[in-house]
Write a new protein. Structure first.
Length: 217
């Protein structure tokens, strides 16, 4: 399996494209995340690797939790775990119906690859439980002490939001100052997420990376 020769993200155009094709191998994924690149496939034959011209980030000191969400979180009966059932979380993220989307970008080959990353201690999830039922969660990838959020889902109101807040609490306790959220959704913007220029993101990434920092385990 060939290693992808990614274009230097600093040289990417407005579309952010740094490579097309290749396979979701552990080597390719680790190389991509370490460079500030992530996969954006449309199908198994159209796999794009991108470093967008603007990148979504969330600085944990800037986190803003709306009062109503804070109150809902304080009285929730949900329970939360980390890395208890990564395969079920990514499978749910791939299959949950989303408003305005006809399908999913999380391909079967991606699920297999990210489950391998999880087994290697690189990909991590939060699970939200109502009793023994999985009702929400999220997953992402940590490389050199930087966490990149990938996707989340909910089957109950606020479950994915609570999952994110649980993950942010965990990361803050482990010394993280920011996370890569890739794109700024309206919900992320409410919580304090912002878009920064690609060059600023890449400089932040390289300045913050530390192979000795472990956010999990």
């Amino acid at each position: 399996m060939a290693t992808i020769d990614f274009l230097d993200p600093y040289l990417a155009g407005d579309d952010g494209l740094v490579a097309v094709g290749g396979e979701f191998t552990t080597e390719n994924l680790l190389k991509a995340y370490s460079m500030g690149v992530f996969p954006w496939p449309t199908d198994e034959d159209s796999i794009y690797w991108v470093s967008p011209i603007e990148r979504g980030v969330m600085f944990l000191d800037d986190l803003h939790i709306p009062r109503s969400l804070r109150k809902d979180r304080e009285r929730t009966s949900f329970t939360f775990t980390i890395d208890r059932d990564f395969p079920s979380v990514i499978a749910a993220c791939a299959t949950i119906r989303r408003q305005g989307q006809a399908g999913t970008w999380i391909l079967d080959s991606m699920i297999e690859a990210y489950c391998t990353l999880h087994q290697l201690g690189v990909a991590h999830s939060v699970e939200v439980w109502e009793g023994e039922e999985l009702v929400g969660g999220l997953y992402g990838v940590e490389v050199d002490g930087i966490y990149a959020g990938e996707s989340m889902f909910h089957r109950r109101a606020n479950a994915s939001k609570f999952a994110l807040l649980h993950m942010l609490d965990h990361l803050h306790e482990r010394g993280a100052a920011w996370i890569d959220i890739q794109m700024v959704t309206p919900h992320m913007a409410i919580l304090g997420g912002k878009a920064i220029p690609r060059e600023d993101f890449l400089e932040l990434l390289h300045a913050t990376r530390s192979p000795d920092r472990k956010l999990f385990g």
